[in-house]
Ligand binder design. Structure first.
Ligand SMILES: C[S@@+](CC[C@H](N)C(=O)[O-])C[C@H]1O[C@@H](n2cnc3c(N)ncnc32)[C@H](O)[C@@H]1O
Length: 232
């Protein structure tokens, strides 16, 4: 299987499996969707801190796109603070569960759709905010996905992301345990980068880094919360 990546990240990507086909990726997430939906959030205080932070960056005039929305928990919390929100995921199973949740808690602003963040999203310049939580390490090609997310933003719009930076993990986990789990289908293919490399990849798409934060409240937090602005 070819090594997924672009030249600038090549040195930092020891995980070679990330270019698995999208159908295969969707299959993984379809399979685990019910379990994912049932799992409690590991760090609820950290999650709430992120929600508060994102909410402060939203307004009732904003068109918002979320990619990799999973079963929609975050979209259901944030959509009331937007004009309109489209939340997408590559997994039809995840989106089916998100739609069930929306049916139980209707929000006129929110719509869910199956879509691949590695493919073009929305019209160019259509969104004031693009959200990507726990998913940028899962795309096939980080530069390409970021390029498409940047294109989806209006000038002055914000990309708001929170991403596990796998290269910041204990190497025994990132280089030994994860590949073993990957080989047995327990985890999906992941890209390995640290927060600095992620910032560089975002900046390569012409976005200005506004802030880099960590919201975790339990031990070492490898999940970088990054806000970046499209100039204009
Ligand atoms: C770890 S879950 C995170 C879900 C949600 N954002 C959250 O924070 O709970 C990753 C999600 O990204 C989705 N995903 C993976 N690759 C994707 C891609 N190329 N395009 C869109 N969604 C993708 C998966 O289907 C899954 O629902």
């Amino acid at each position: 299987m070819p090594t997924p990546t672009t030249a600038p990240l090549a040195d930092a990507l020891p995980c070679p499996e990330a270019s698995a086909s999208l159908a295969r990726k969707a299959r993984f997430w379809d399979r685990i969707a019910p379990r994912y939906a049932a799992e409690p959030i590991a760090d609820m205080a950290g999650y709430e801190a992120t929600l508060q932070r994102v909410q402060a960056l939203l307004s009732s005039g904003h068109e918002v796109l979320e990619v990799g929305c999973g079963t929609g928990s975050t979209a259901l919390r944030l959509a009331p603070f937007t004009r309109r929100m489209l939340a997408t995921d590559v997994s039809a199973g995840m989106i089916a569960m998100a739609r069930e949740r929306l049916a139980a808690q209707p929000l006129p602003q929110l719509r869910f759709a199956v879509a691949d963040a590695d493919a073009p999203v929305g019209g160019p310049g259509a969104y004031d905010r693009v959200l990507a939580f726990s998913m940028l390490h899962l795309v096939a090609d980080l530069d390409q996905a970021l390029q498409r997310l940047a294109q989806a933003l209006r000038p002055g719009g914000l990309l708001i992301s929170k991403t596990p930076c796998v290269a910041e993990m204990n190497p025994l986990i990132s280089r030994v345990a994860l590949p073993l789990m990957r080989a047995t289908g327990k985890v999906p293919p992941v890209l390995c980068f640290d927060a600095q490399q992620l910032q560089s990849a975002i900046a390569r798409q012409g976005l200005e880094i506004v802030s880099v934060e960590r919201h975790g409240t339990r031990g070492k937090d490898i999940r970088a919360f990054i806000v970046a602005r499209k100039p204009g």
